[in-house]
Structures are given as C-alpha cells and as structure tokens.
Design a protein around this ligand. Structure first.
Ligand code: C2E
Ligand code: MG
Ligand code: MG
Ligand code: MG
Length: 287
C-alpha cells in the first residue's frame, strides 16, 4: 500500500512523525528548563464542609506551569509526559515541598489549612517517598495530619503488596491517605477493607450526573454509606450546582469540592477567600 500511495504520501507521513517526535523533545527540554527556572506554580482549591457552614476543611494543591511562551498550562498537558520522561519524581518533590511550605506559612499566620497533594504512580512506586515526606514535614515543622496524599485508584491497585507496605508506613508517619477519582478504577471491596484509606474522593463523572441519572445517584449514595460504615470520610469532586450540593449534603458527605464553591487559585488569594466565605479558624496555640 505504501508503494502504491507513492513517495509524496510517505514523505508527508514521515515528516509528520518527525514533527511529533520533535515536539516531544521540545516538551522534554522545556520541562527540564521549567524545573531549573522554577516555572511551576501551585494553585489551591478549597474543599469545604458538607453542611450549611461550608467551612473550609482543606485545600487541594494543583500544579500549573507558567511557560514563558505558551502561558499557563494545566497538568493535563504535561503530567503524563513528565512521568514518561522520568521527571515526575523531581516535580513531585517540588510539589510536596512547596505545598507543605505554604501550609506552614498559613499556619504561622494563624490559618490552619490542611493541604492535599496528588501523588503520581511513579512517585508512589519509589521506596523513597516515605523518607521524603517525613523530611519535608520536619523541614517545615508541620504536624503530619496537615498533609493528605491523594492516590488514584489505579495507582493504589497497581501492586497490592507494595501499596499496603507504603500505606502502613505513611499511616505510621501520621499523614492521611485519600483515594482520588474513586469509582473510575476497579478496586474491590476486599481491597478497600485492607487498604482503609482516610478518605474517598468520588469522581466528578458521578457527581456530574446525580441530578438527572438515578443510577449515578444510587452509586454515590451507596459509596457514601459504604465509606461511613468503614469510618472512611467522603469528598465529592466537581460540585458545580446547588442541586448537586444539596443532594450530597443530604447524604452526609463530609466534604465538597468544585467550581460551585471555588476554582483553584494562587496562595495569595486564600486570605481573601476566607474573609468573604468564613471567619478565620481559631489559631492553634492562641498565637
Ligand atoms: P484531580 O486530582 O482529580 O483534581 C481535580 C481536577 O478537577 C482539577 O483539575 C480541578 O481544577 C478540576 N475541578 C475541580 N472542581 C471542578 C468542577 O467543579 N468542575 C470541573 N469541570 N473541574 C473541576 P486540574 O487542576 O486540571 O488537574 C487535573 C489532574 O491533574 C488532577 O486531577 C490530578 O490528577 C493531576 N494533578 C494536578 N496537580 C498534580 C500534581 O501536583 N502532581 C500530580 N502527580 N498530578 C497532579
Ligand atoms: Mg486530586
Ligand atoms: Mg480527583
Ligand atoms: Mg478527578
């Protein structure tokens, strides 16, 4: 077929592939530069109480890349590549350190805001993660319960023996574990019973449909009840409407996160958010 299609077609195809490969090389080079030049930033999205107070329970740290040429890039366009290029451990370390430093700064200012950090599969597979988390918490003088590590279901399912070992050690450290995007993977109930995370974050795809689709609503309600029976807290992701919020609150979902409450924003905007949404939480030691 290639022969029939002629030289032109082949050339066109090959040029296209080269362009693709070149783009990937560019991205790899740019990601390295971004690390060296400190071009990554964290935005923080409020996670609020699932009751009428909607008090701030925590924030989730979400990475963005302030590329000098392309502007602000979202994680969807570079995290998978960073994993492939073997850069995710370094980026992940930067994320953990930056989020914990920010949490410590807020704490000094009298704002006790626990932070949740996303951990990639590659990071979770490395033995070094526990020591890294421990040293970062110590560096910033943070009590471990101020940090939650978010793992996706597929990461946590990857190698059960390793997962259980890691989770046990992290639990001993005192940091919390959340299962992110819950419902999109294929974890079994037996596995959940062994794993016993502190939190389940129900994936946005279910929340999106709870108003109109009785089966999505049934699944969300069942997950909330199951989690509660296991003493696991539930966070609903991607809450965008009042109706979704009210349905989740009626089910006793502990925490809600989504554009209805706030989009992710830079750390500097947290104080303003708190001022307009709820009074500052009481300082820890009466500072
Ligand atoms: P995630 O951990 O499930 O984070 C939630 C994503 O949903 C965020 O997208 C957030 O901005 C978005 N979101 C929140 N509320 C709503 C809503 O009401 N509606 C809609 N449509 N979207 C909402 P973002 O920031 O683009 O992050 C995408 C994913 O990238 C994250 O999903 C996480 O898996 C990954 N990610 C983000 N930051 C990091 C990081 O520092 N390290 C690693 N390894 N992955 C990260
Ligand atoms: Mg997350
Ligand atoms: Mg999530
Ligand atoms: Mg998600």
């Amino acid at each position: 077929y290639a022969k029939q299609a002629g030289k032109g077609t082949f050339c066109y195809y090959s040029t296209d592939m080269e362009a693709g490969a070149a783009r990937l090389l560019d991205l790899q080079r740019d990601l390295r530069r971004a690390l060296a030049n400190d071009e990554f930033v964290l935005h923080y999205q409020p996670i609020v109480a699932g009751n009428h107070t909607h008090h701030l329970n925590a924030v989730e740290a979400l990475i963005r890349w302030q590329d000098p040429h392309r502007g602000l890039l979202m994680p969807g366009v570079f995290i998978a590549e960073a994993e492939r290029f073997g850069l995710i451990s370094e980026i992940g370390e930067w994320v953990l350190d930056t989020a914990c430093r920010q949490c410590a700064i807020w704490r000094e200012q009298g704002m006790l805001i626990p932070v949740a950090v996303n951990v990639s599969a590659v990071q979770f597979r490395s033995q070094g993660l526990v020591v890294l988390v421990e040293s970062i918490m110590r560096r910033h003088g943070l009590p471990p319960h101020m940090l939650t590590l978010e793992l996706t279901e597929s990461v946590a399912m990857d190698d059960m023996t390793h997962t259980l070992m890691m989770v046990t050690r992290l639990r001993e450290l005192g940091v919390k574990i959340a299962i992110d995007d819950f419902g999109t993977g294929h974890s079994s109930l037996a596995w959940l019973r062994q794993f016993m995370p502190h939190e389940l974050k129900i994936d946005r795809s279910f929340i999106e449909d709870i108003e109109d689709d009785p089966s999505a609503r049934a699944i969300v309600n069942a997950v909330i009840q199951l989690a509660h029976a296991l003493k696991i807290e539930v966070v609903a992701e991607g809450v965008e409407t009042i109706a979704q919020r009210d349905l989740l609150q009626a089910q006793g979902c502990e925490s809600l996160q989504g554009y209805h409450f706030a989009r992710p924003f830079p750390a500097t905007e947290l104080e303003g958010y708190l001022r307009s949404h709820n009074p500052l939480p009481a300082p820890e030691n009466g500072i």
